[in-house]
Design a protein around this ligand. Structure first.
Ligand SMILES: Cc1cc2nc3c(=O)[nH]c(=O)nc-3n(C[C@H](O)[C@H](O)[C@H](O)COP(=O)(O)OP(=O)(O)OC[C@H]3O[C@@H](n4cnc5c(N)ncnc54)[C@H](O)[C@@H]3O)c2cc1C
Length: 272
């Protein structure tokens, strides 16, 4: 079996398959695991999958429990509060490292970008993300990912936020989130920017974020005042349109190759 893509989905699959039953080749274009990245929020379902890989304790050690938070209006007023220990924030590089450690040594690793899919494989798994080559090859050019008018801007600043500021601030066509991450604060903003180039200019995106959220709560202003272009990532969000089926003959799509979504997990927003 060939798994194309060693991101979250590909590594998790390679880690869960019984080496006694499956001879697996894992193809990943990146020569090394990433060392930088922001925090990924993981709900109970994702944590249950990690538990099946027997990595839950290590995940909890590496992550930050988000015990309370709220959905807020732009002024910070809570609309819906959340208590409990269901949500965990984990730095993406730490998650990838953990998943990578669960891949059995019997899995054959091939480093390099796959452009032409293996012909003799009895099963090809497309775990190659939103711009999936597997999807394009087997579902055709009409199924390829398309850009949305949404930008995601995110980063980490030093210092934990006050517990009463943690959560997501929902405005009209935009959202801003902040939560503790280790010794720092993980923040993210998402908003419609209109169609534009795929390469996003980070200082410009940060300026736009500051302007768009200038009427938001003091906690949001505080984060954006601390953020610098060097500690900020900005990207256009792409989605992979839904397919009637995610399998075709001996090919299957998983993860973002199957269903990459916008940050609100919803359908593609209409153009402003
Ligand atoms: C801004 C943003 C914030 C997000 N926040 C969260 C969050 O808080 N919680 C959450 O659960 N999800 C979040 N997501 C979604 C989450 O990041 C994705 O769903 C997840 O990364 C998908 O994993 P994947 O393995 O399917 O794809 P990817 O992570 O894209 O991995 C694909 C892998 O395949 C490799 N690859 C691609 N093409 C080839 C090729 N041709 N040959 C060889 N290798 C190839 C890539 O190098 C990569 O390693 C967020 C997404 C974005 C954009």
């Amino acid at each position: 079996m060939d798994i194309i893509g060693g991101g979250i989905a590909g590594l998790a699959l390679a880690g869960i398959l019984d080496p006694e039953r499956f001879a697996v080749t894992l193809h990943e274009q990146r020569p090394e695991l990433p060392s930088v990245g922001t925090t990924l929020a993981m709900w109970a379902g994702a944590q249950a999958a990690i538990a099946r890989l027997r990595l839950l304790d290590q995940l909890r050690d590496a992550g930050t429990k988000l015990a309370s938070g709220a959905l807020r209006d732009p002024s910070g007023q809570a609309m819906l509060s959340m208590e409990g220990d269901t949500l965990l924030g984990i730095p993406r590089p730490a998650l990838l490292k953990l998943l990578d450690s669960a891949v059995p040594t019997t899995v054959q690793r091939v480093t390099g970008r796959v452009e032409r899919l293996p012909r003799d494989s009895w099963l090809t798994v497309g775990a190659d993300g939103v711009h999936s080559v597997v999807r394009r090859t087997h579902w055709g050019s009409r199924a390829v990912a398309r850009p949305t008018p949404v930008l995601a801007v995110r980063g980490v600043i030093p210092g934990n936020p006050s517990p009463e500021d943690v959560g997501e601030y929902w405005g009209r066509g935009n959202l801003f989130g902040l939560a503790p991450a280790g010794e720092g604060t993980n923040w993210y903003a998402s908003f419609r920017s209109g169609p534009g180039p795929d390469q996003v200019d980070v200082p410009e995106a940060l300026d736009t974020t500051r302007r768009l959220f200038s009427g938001h709560a003091a906690a949001v202003q505080h984060v954006l005042a601390q953020a610098t272009a060097e500690t900020t990532l900005a990207q256009r969000i792409w989605i992979a349109p839904p397919l009637a089926r995610y399998t075709r003959r001996n090919v299957v799509l998983i993860g973002d190759a199957a269903h990459a979504m916008t940050p609100n997990l919803a359908a593609e927003p209409a153009n402003p």
